[in-house]
Design a protein around this ligand. Structure first.
Ligand code: PLP
Length: 378
């Protein structure tokens, strides 16, 4: 029977442990796997750095949700992104957007400074600049993130794939903020999709992990897969197990987080202390039409607001909420608030009056009430 993604996720692919009948996957901390009298491996695994049963199970779930040929799990999201960047030729031309997750931007900039890649940035708020940034026949990789952390610019994945492919380049998407329950980047033409599994995929702020999925098991994928093992940035058995547990509730978490974020966005739009509400779910958002097409399972729990009172108001708001917890990161079941620019550092393009909200699954009235009360105290 062809099962829908919600079913595959909830049942972690319906894998019953053949030895015990356990419905829930066991944790296999073993780093090594035995051979039988004929010296053949008893199971499918030899040593856990290349792959263990837990990481393989998590990879299989992500592949099923993404419609991917294969996936590889890493010890963090940036570990996964690094593995993609490592597949390009020395000095290769890479195009990425100027506003995106600051860690990836820094990583790409360091690679460019060291001469490992040649980097051209385009403005995601003006997507037509991607066409000018790619060099036909030269560019090897286009890297996009949508919606992009923390202003939530939305890029049309299918359009970016056409531009990249026409130039002979590959399109890789950081889909952390649009997990496969809402956007399947490979279906839209991307060649690779990467997630910080630390965020929505796990969803409980207790696992650091990353994953890359591919449309085709081509030579680049073999390289990436081999590098995963040789560089050694692979996840632990317990992390893999927790990730499997988290993935089972991805769809319901994301639905509730999307509903909470939408309620907050609507409640704060037009509030006198708030100059902008940045949320792809709002009709007022520049990327709304694309997001409405591309994010079929909801707009997610992430939004940002800019304060009329500037940086001081942003700092105070983040410090005075009582339900939203002042902490970095996104995608967990608990709501987090952060005055973003100081976290990104002095070269950050993020406005200093911006507060990022990651909505969890708490009661909508508590979240809206908390923000209203904190805004009233500014
Ligand atoms: C957090 C994040 C990353 C990095 O993931 P880690 O798991 O922290 O290494 C990459 N991209 C986006 C969009 C993120 O939010």
């Amino acid at each position: 029977m062809d099962k829908r993604p919600e079913t595959l996720a909830a049942q972690a692919l319906h894998r019953i442990d053949p030895e015990t009948g356990a419905v829930i996957a066991p944790i296999h901390p073993s780093t090594t796997f035995a051979r039988g009298p004929d010296s053949a491996l008893i199971g499918q695994h030899q040593y856990r750095r290349p792959q263990g049963p837990g990481s393989q199970h998590a990879e299989d779930i992500v592949s099923a949700l993404e419609g991917a040929a294969a996936s590889r799990l890493f010890a963090s999201g940036l570990g996964a992104a690094s593995a993609v960047f490592e597949t390009v030729a020395p000095g290769a031309h890479v195009v990425a957007q100027s506003r995106m997750y600051h860690g990836t931007r820094q990583l790409l900039q360091r690679l460019a400074e060291r001469g490992r890649i040649r980097l051209t940035l385009f403005d995601p708020e003006a997507p037509e600049t991607l066409k000018e940034a790619v060099e036909p026949g030269v560019t090897e990789l286009v890297w996009i993130e949508t919606p992009a952390n923390p202003v939530w610019s939305v890029l049309d994945i299918a359009d970016c794939a056409s531009v990249a492919h026409e130039a002979g380049a590959l399109l890789a998407v950081d889909g952390t903020c649009a997990p496969p329950c809402t956007t399947r980047a490979l279906d839209l033409g991307a060649d690779l999709v990467m997630h910080s599994a630390t965020k929505y995929l796990n969803g409980h702020s207790d696992v650091l992990a990353g994953v890359v999925s591919t449309r085709e098991e081509d030579a680049r994928w073999q390289r990436l897969s081999e590098n995963a093992s040789l560089n050694g940035a692979t996840p632990g058995a317990f992390e893999s197990w927790l990730l499997i547990r988290g993935l089972r509730t991805l769809f319901v978490r994301f639905e509730r987080q999307s509903a909470n974020a939408m309620a907050i966005a609507r409640a704060l739009e037009g509030h006198p202390a708030v100059s902008h509400v940045l949320y792809p779910g709002l009709e007022s958002h520049a990327g709304h039409a694309i997001a409405a097409r591309q994010m079929t399972g909801g707009f997610g729990g992430l939004l940002s607001i800019r304060l009329s009172g500037g940086a001081a108001a942003a700092k105070k708001l983040a410090a005075t909420t009582q339900v939203f917890i002042q902490a970095t990161s996104i995608g967990g079941v608990e709501s987090l608030i952060e005055h973003r620019q100081p976290i990104e550092g002095p070269d950050s393009p993020t406005p200093d009056d911006l507060v990022r909200l990651s909505c969890g699954i708490e009661a909508e009235a508590d979240l809206v009430g908390d923000l209203r009360a904190a805004l009233a105290r500014l």
